[in-house]
Design a protein around this ligand. Sequence first.
Ligand code: CMC
Length: 424
Amino acid sequence: MSDKKAHLEIDGIEGKIELPVYSGTLGPDVVDVRGLTAKGLFTYDPGFVSTAACESSITFIGGAKGILLHRGYPIEQLAEQSDHLETCYLLLFGELPNKAEKEAFISKVNAQRTVDNSIASLVKSFDRGAHPMSILCSATAALAGLYHKSLDITNNEHRVEAAINLIAKMPTLTAMCYRHSQGMDFITPNDDLDYAANFLYMMSGKTPSKTAAHAMDVVFLLHADHEQNASTSTVRLSGSSGTNPYAAIAAGIATLWGPSHGGANEAVLNMLNEIGDVSRIDEYVAKAKDKSDPFRLMGFGHRVYKNFDPRSRVMKKCCDEVLAELGNNNDPLLAMAKKLEVIALEDSYFVEKKLYPNVDFYSGILLKSLGIPVELFTCIFATGRTPGWISHWHEMLSEPYKIGRPRQLYKGAVKRDFVKLEDR
Ligand code: CMC
């Protein structure tokens, strides 16, 4: 399989350990360390900074140059020339659809948009103040209850059906989370509207403008996949046990919620509100640079991108278009965001650490200008990311795979005898 080899010398082990090295079509080579277990060794990589946990053909990120490709197609071209559902098809099936395939895919998605009454009742049972991500996570897990007995995860067609069902239902669930929090009745999907326009319609009951619907579609598309990030890796790990895919996606939603991941878009807006005025930006930048202060500038930095996040450029353009249409170009939050962006690109702390604005920096402002409440931002991210999660799950199950089972460097107590309660 590989002519290239790595040779490892370890104190106390005689000779060199030979390890195969594999090359992908793009990106760094990988050293196959699986043979180390037989030598009584594990690799150590907390945070999976240098670990390729799987083979994948879906998405490539070139972090140093700021490149993002889905099935080889640059994200900028997809955002400009494609649309979210076509990108979902591309992620799931590997190729762009022809006209007939695209139409058939769209009608299958449209046919699955409505959710069962039992799910609507579940959403209604939540406290109105509950975070929408907790409702979305539970409602998605509840779908597993509806689609379990009849679902054979070893069957390709069943997996594709589950994928389409999830892509179709996620906007409906997200809109329900919002309407429930506002004490409003749910709105059934509108057959005359496309994916993003229908989502905005199910939120507000009004047909959105073309610019707003297009911006929403771009937001979904830009979030559609991002290789082996924390939530996608969670979906893969969870799915590797053979669990129900709706339950695996619920696990991905739980992971996405955190502020270091999908929750950053909400955190950006909360941060801008806390800063309150351009005059206080320097104070907050100083806090972010202070090692003794846990504060971080939300929306800056990325584990993989050490350059501009290519999604953030597209998001910024879209954001400018929406604000121009709404006549909101003087929005104080935008003024603060623009000043922060300049700082990040010029301040030596951010330049040396390669902390560029990421996708969440602009998506928060764009979503706010579309009238989406801040607490719902991460649900929008989850809705956009669903095709990526489910495509990775489908890819994993299409090939032989093993259950994910990391090992550890144990630092606990060595063996000792139990001490009776009266003797402690
Ligand atoms: N503000 C200030 N300093 C920062 C920031 C920031 N936003 N991000 C990283 N740093 C510093 C960090 O303190 C560290 O400094 P030092 O080397 O002196 O210890 C250095 O930069 C490297 O940071 P790290 O935490 O080791 O990097 P990481 O790869 O583990 O973390 C990150 C990546 C995204 C979690 C982090 O940059 C961060 O917390 N950013 C803010 C939250 C955010 O915007 N998250 C959204 C990520 S994009 C959406 C997604 O893909 O989910």
